[in-house]
Design a protein around this ligand. Structure first.
Ligand code: SF4
Length: 394
């Protein structure tokens, strides 16, 4: 049975990728015939200028894959653009889908919404400089805190007040912009490329060209796989049974939150990376968002809403119960709690970091070349079947 999954070459991966995707891949590679790929063409659909960063980002991603235990002897690791059949089959599939169907794909709708919001900001000359907002709010909070002289962790209170103020301020500003203009007034289609509209078709080609049986996805991504299943059925109906209808391998991806309490993401600059050294991890954990109501060490906390506790559940399973109870009762303070987490997380990541440092660029390029050759063999087989069934063999 064949499993297919890919990642965009975004550069170094964070612990959200590790516990969400890579741990799952490690298990899958022991059970299935796995094809894991770097989706470099997909990365171009948002902004083609990213092309200049793709090669170095791919190296970093591969270093992370290998250092956490994705094994090129068990799985086929390759780059999408090195297997030309992805693009070739994409052209054929694109004749099987209507434009109106693509307009209904959720990612397209999200993109339209995002561009509309951007359009509103431009129209109002209100491009929000978040760094400046942060700077102003921080200086005001500093000033206010100087007027207090009480025995509490001032830095922590300051951080929490500033976060709350910044969040409220940005939300109010965006709300104002949204309500002040009709969303439909902003034309966005002109900014969306043909490649972006068609990328779900390329995604279908990525899966079908290997005649994959399973695709590991979360519940919220089911609609993305639906188009692929539709296209496989359509092709089979017209030209004969070539493709298995790919099934989702439903996977629970833990939602790891970043330093500021939002979803962990490179673009939010709030991530702990797999390759971060001990000091960097310690410093990032020190700044981490916690329960905002737990201001003094002995205040009772709410571990259920605390991102640090979420990480304790992943990296510190042995102590999780004790931490939960001690946080709730006020016996445990956030500084000590973060230290416990740091010790476990650092111990977990240390061998990964050591392995990562030893991986050479040449080794990665060899693995990708070999993997891409294996992928090409399978994809070529499929393309031959496709062309034969369509009577396009010359
Ligand atoms: S003690 Fe730990 S779990 Fe409780 S709020 Fe603080 S950091 Fe979060």
């Amino acid at each position: 049975m064949i499993v297919l999954s890919g990642m965009r070459p975004t550069g170094k991966l964070h612990i959200g990728h590790l516990v969400g995707v890579l741990e799952n891949w490690k298990e899958l590679q022991n059970k299935y015939n796995c094809y894991f790929f770097i989706a470099d063409y997909h990365a171009l659909t948002d902004d083609i200028k990213i092309a200049f960063e793709i090669k170095s980002n791919t190296i970093e991603v591969l270093k992370d894959w290998l250092s956490v235990g994705i094994d090129p002897k068990k799985s086929v690791l390759f780059v999408q653009s090195k297997v030309k059949q992805h693009s070739e089959f994409h052209i054929i599939l694109s004749m099987l889908v209507s434009i109106s169907r693509l307009f209904r794909v959720p990612t397209y709708k999200e993109k339209v919404e995002e561009l509309r919001k951007k359009g509103i900001e431009t129209k109002f000359h209100l491009n929000i400089d978040e760094e400046r907002v942060e700077h102003i709010i921080r200086s005001d909070v500093d000033f206010i805190m100087k007027t207090f002289d009480i025995e509490v962790d001032k830095q922590k209170i300051k951080d929490q007040i500033y976060r709350k103020l910044k969040g409220d301020f940005l939300e109010l500003l965006r709300e104002f912009m949204k309500t002040s203009i009709e969303l439909e007034e902003i034309p966005v289609n002109a900014e969306i490329s043909y490649g972006f509209l068609g990328y779900p078709v390329l995604q279908s080609s990525d899966i079908l060209i290997y005649r994959a049986n399973y695709v590991p996805i979360g519940q919220d991504q089911l609609s993305h796989l639906e188009l692929t299943r539709e296209l496989a059925r359509k092709f089979n109906n017209i030209f004969g049974e070539i493709f298995p209808i790919p099934e989702p391998l439903l996977t629970e991806f833990p939602k790891v939150l970043g330093i500021d309490g939002r979803k962990m993401s490179k673009s939010y600059n709030n991530a702990i990376y797999i390759s971060d050294d001990s000091n960097t991890i310690k410093e990032k954990l020190r700044k981490y968002y916690t329960d905002p109501q737990k201001i003094r060490k002995n205040d009772p906390g709410r571990p259920d809403i605390c991102p640090i506790y979420y990480l304790q559940k992943i990296f510190n399973k042995e102590e999780r119960e004790e931490i939960y109870n001690d946080c709730k009762s006020g016996k445990l303070g956030c500084v000590d709690c973060k230290l416990k987490l740091f010790n476990k997380m650092d111990k977990f990541l240390e061998p990964i970091r050591e392995k990562r440092e030893k991986i050479k660029e040449d080794e990665i390029l060899n693995i990708l070349n070999e993997g891409s050759q294996k992928a090409r063999n399978r994809a070529e087989e499929t393309m031959n079947l496709v062309l034969k069934s369509m009577n396009l063999e010359f």
